[in-house]
Design a protein around this ligand. Structure first.
Ligand SMILES: Cc1cc2nc3c(=O)[nH]c(=O)nc-3n(C[C@H](O)[C@H](O)[C@H](O)COP(=O)(O)OP(=O)(O)OC[C@H]3O[C@@H](n4cnc5c(N)ncnc54)[C@H](O)[C@@H]3O)c2cc1C
Length: 233
């Protein structure tokens, strides 16, 4: 934002809520804005995506912010209980973010069960938690394309999240850059986005195999972790 805020051809409107998308304009709480190209970068519950009539597949990240600060990032897998999901511990400067992912389409755990598992984990590991530090947010991993005529989707609006890792920052950055280049040059083939999509597809394929083989989950996980420690992977 800092790098573009003084550009003559860019106007940034802060605190502006897009309320409705029309074929030729966006209706906001600060008036109507007509567009030649519209880029929906509005996250997992994208208004632009809904205007295009695209479905979403929602996962949810549930987490507590606890006051204890740990030294390193940690990930815990419980393949029998959580299938391909995991519990993460991300240390921050003033707190640690400890959370769990929930895939609503996998018929595995409910929201309440996931929250209970997370709380048991916190208690067992002596973390202090309180309801007011509990948060959750949706993720949309259902990719159906980025280009729809003069309307574009990037990041989570496009469903660009790795379903099993819950990672979307990398995809949001890549897709934003690639779509920007594509708008400037309609012949641009978006090679970086294609590479990223290949990774997402491959990860989701492995994740599906993992979920469909309940008895081998522990073994597969060990194999996958050992493999990813190799420098040549
Ligand atoms: C709990 C949790 C943990 C995560 N952990 C990781 C992680 O460790 N690593 C990782 O890579 N990814 C992680 N992700 C995913 C990552 O946060 C997202 O994929 C990424 O932020 C997507 O970026 P985005 O710009 O597409 O959308 P967002 O970051 O969601 O940005 C969308 C923006 O659009 C705005 N907006 C939405 N609707 C409107 C509207 N109608 N009018 C105006 N503005 C609007 C929102 O306010 C928001 O600022 C996590 C997600 C969750 C929920």
């Amino acid at each position: 934002m800092d790098r573009i805020k003084d550009s003559k051809n860019i106007t940034i409107l802060k605190g502006t809520l897009a309320k409705e998308i029309k074929k030729d304009r966006v209706i906001t709480n600060k008036g109507d804005f007509y567009y030649k190209h519209l880029v929906g970068a509005d996250g997992s519950y994208s208004l632009v995506r809904r205007f295009l009539g695209l479905k979403s597949k929602i996962s949810i990240g549930l987490y507590y912010r606890v006051p204890e600060i740990i030294d390193n990032l940690k990930i815990y897998f419980y393949p029998k209980l959580l299938k391909s999901s995991y519990i993460w511990l991300f240390p921050h400067k003033n707190h640690t973010n400890i959370g769990i992912g929930l895939h609503l389409d996998s018929k595995n755990l409910t929201f309440d069960q996931s929250k209970e598992i997370l709380e048991k984990f916190l208690e067992k590991n002596n973390f202090t938690y309180s309801e007011k530090e509990f948060k959750f947010a949706p993720l949309n991993c259902y990719y159906k394309g980025c280009i729809f005529g003069n309307i574009f989707l990037i990041g989570e609006a496009a469903g660009l999240v790795s379903k099993f890792k819950g990672e979307g920052i990398f995809y949001a950055l890549i897709s934003g850059e690639e779509i920007g280049k594509r708008i400037l040059n309609p012949g641009y083939k978006m090679p970086e986005l294609k590479k990223a999509l290949k990774i997402k597809k491959e990860e989701e394929r492995v994740g599906k195999i993992f979920e469909s083989l309940p008895f081998f989950r522990g073994l597969l996980l060990k194999f996958y972790i050992n493999l990813s420690k190799r420098p040549w992977i």
